[in-house]
Design a protein around this ligand. Sequence first.
Ligand SMILES: [Zn+2]
Length: 92
Amino acid sequence: MSLFKCILCFKEIEKDSERFLIQNNKKTIFDVYVALANLEFHVYAASVYICRQSHGLLKKRNNLPQNLEELQKSMRINYATSLALFSSRKIR
Ligand SMILES: [Zn+2]
């Protein structure tokens, strides 16, 4: 059994560059441990590694709330601008 299995997809992670440690002491980077704990299903601590692909999915999922907020803000501003333009044309 390999020591380099991905905690999420259980795939063997052969290349060093494709392998990330779950526990990381650097507070400034993406916290995989916290992101795994925030999933709506339990992830067993079957490995201390995560593959690049699973890491990417986890990061994407983690960024969704902020992306949604930014999209809504952008749509709100665009609508307000369009509405103001439409209203000003209507009055003339
Ligand atoms: Zn994986």
